[in-house]
Design a protein around this ligand. Structure first.
Ligand code: NAP
Length: 243
């Protein structure tokens, strides 16, 4: 159980490889963590393996079960100081184009689910402890590209939501950050043929999650920072030549 003084971190989609590394970093800072996930057994094993059971509560959370979000939030024993939204789902663009289910699931996990739970959290003005909301988004959301525009567009929507939420919460001194990540070595990218020199480790991304700073957009890794800035500036005719 948490002490009255410790910060409480709520991680949504906590069985993500990045989220688990962030969880360890928060635990090392002596924070109390509420790890919310569909995969509670897997998370409990991870927490036991790292001997941090005393600092972590594991709770069931499904990002796409919208009607459960209000009771989920109301039942939290301690309202969060920090919230991390890490849930993610990737379906290959070609498959998603052919099969609505995959497209819809990406929309649900990255946008609808995030908006549903974060609206509830953000409008709880009784929670005066809330300091920071951090969302895990993607470079795929920066420009529409033919190889991944369905996943990318759901991440673009999430990023824009967070940008507005940041403005909305400014007067309450609640900071909102978005992690705009490139390739990460995680369950999501397993089996994909990605350039090794551009793949970042979950622990590296997790350091940005846990120490986000004041800027809204955080792009972990210097190579990805360069790619991000080029992508932002590139004329549409050149973006069209990219995969
Ligand atoms: N991997 C990359 O290259 C990359 C790049 C940029 C951004 N990102 C984003 O970074 C975040 C973390 O991803 P990751 O790389 O750590 O991949 P990951 O290990 O595959 O994590 C994704 C997590 O999302 C959870 N999730 C999916 N649907 C959910 C739902 N309906 N409710 C609750 N949780 C759900 C999964 O839960 P289960 O464990 O229960 O299946 C999984 O643990 C994601 O938002 C992802 O889109 C990833």
């Amino acid at each position: 159980m948490s002490s009255a003084t410790s910060k409480n971190v709520l991680i949504l989609g906590a069985n993500s490889d990045v989220a688990k590394q962030a969880l360890l970093l928060y635990a090392a800072k002596d924070y109390h963590i509420t790890a919310a996930s569909r995969s509670t057994d897997e998370l409990n094993s991870f927490i036991t393996e790292h001997a941090i059971q005393g600092q972590v509560d594991v709770v069931y959370f499904d990002a796409v079960d919208y009607t459960s979000h209000r009771p989920f939030y109301d039942d939290l024993p301690q309202k969060p100081t920090i919230v991390v939204y890490a849930a993610g789902f990737l379906k290959n663009n070609e498959e998603a184009l052919q099969e609505w289910k995959g497209s819809y699931q990406m929309m649900q996990v990255h946008y609808c689910g995030a908006v549903s739970i974060l609206n509830i959290i953000a409008t709880d003005t009784q929670n005066t402890h809330l300091e920071n909301i951090i969302g895990l988004s993607s470079l795929s959301g920066v420009r529409g590209r033919k190889s991944n525009f369905i996943y990318g567009s759901t991440k673009a929507a999430f990023t824009q939501y967070l940008a507005g939420l940041r403005q909305y919460l400014f007067d309450r001194k609640i900071r909102v950050n978005v992690i705009v990540a490139g390739y990460i070595r995680s369950k999501m990218t397993e089996g994909l043929d990605l350039p090794e020199s551009l793949i970042l480790e979950p622990a590296f991304i997790a350091r940005s999650v846990v120490n986000p700073g004041k800027q809204f957009t955080i792009v972990p890794g210097f190579k990805w920072k360069i790619i991000y800035h080029i992508l932002k500036l590139l004329p549409e005719s050149l973006v069209a030549k990219l995969p």
